[in-house]
Design a protein around this ligand. Structure first.
Ligand code: SF4
Length: 229
């Protein structure tokens, strides 16, 4: 077992640790070789707020795929100003124009897995180069794949993935946001409970599956960032 995971399991019991405890441990253990990532949607807000409170220097990676809603970019700016986050923008190797020239229009319809691989997974892999740990906001209640994740996971690359909010549910996210009077993504009230790239996101009618609006009608639920165990 990885030494960091052994230390974690012996010194910090995940069942009792708060997300803030886990963030403090992650920063103390791995800084400066630890980053968080965020898609800057409503459900991202508690983790971002906690980072601003307990480890404000931790870089927060935002993957600018070139296909985001303008409202997401505005929300990212708002949260940066409000919380003073250390945001790092990760971009694909190809500009959006060059990407369309090479792969044609609407690759996201023809082959969304390839589109996500080029515009999301690879930029994040580059941003994680040289890092020891990566903090995410994923939760058990989000998808079937995520329901079986562990607090700490070692990636094939060796990077340790840390999920401080793994055991939280949507109600706790909302309660935290209300308690601290934190803003929601501008599209939240219109039914965008989970927001990804504009061409691949629709409002959700069934609140029991908040990611139903992501790649709707394709069966795809994950972009690939969280599929490497
Ligand atoms: S979410 Fe859609 S547009 Fe964004 S990278 Fe994936 S397939 Fe492409």
């Amino acid at each position: 077992m990885n030494l960091a995971i052994e230390n974690y399991l012996s010194g910090l019991h995940a069942d009792e640790a708060t997300p803030e405890d886990i963030l403090v441990w992650a920063w103390k253990t791995f800084a400066p070789r630890v980053v968080a990532s965020s898609s800057f949607q409503t459900q991202s807000v508690p983790l971002l707020h906690m980072i601003s409170r307990v480890c404000p220097e931790m870089p927060v990676i935002f993957i600018d795929t070139g296909f985001h809603f303008p409202e997401t970019l505005e929300f990212r700016e708002l949260l940066q100003a409000h919380l003073g986050l250390n945001i790092v923008i990760a971009q694909p190797e190809l500009s959006k124009n060059d990407f369309v020239l090479e792969y044609g229009e609407e690759l996201y319809r023809r082959d969304p897995d390839l589109c996500c691989q080029i515009n999301k997974v690879r930029p994040l892999q580059c941003a994680l180069d040289g890092m020891s740990a990566w903090v995410t906001g994923v939760r058990h209640d989000q998808t079937k794949n995520r329901s079986s994740l562990h607090d700490l996971e070692t990636q094939i690359s060796g990077v340790i993935k840390i999920h401080p909010l793994l055991r939280w549910d949507r109600a706790q996210v909302e309660e935290y946001r209300r308690h601290y009077d934190l803003p929601a993504h501008p599209l939240y009230e219109a039914g965008y409970l989970s927001v990804g790239c504009m061409p691949c996101t629709q409002p959700v009618l069934d609140v029991g599956d908040v990611r139903a609006g992501r790649w709707a009608g394709t069966g795809k639920r994950e972009c690939g960032l969280h599929l490497d165990g």
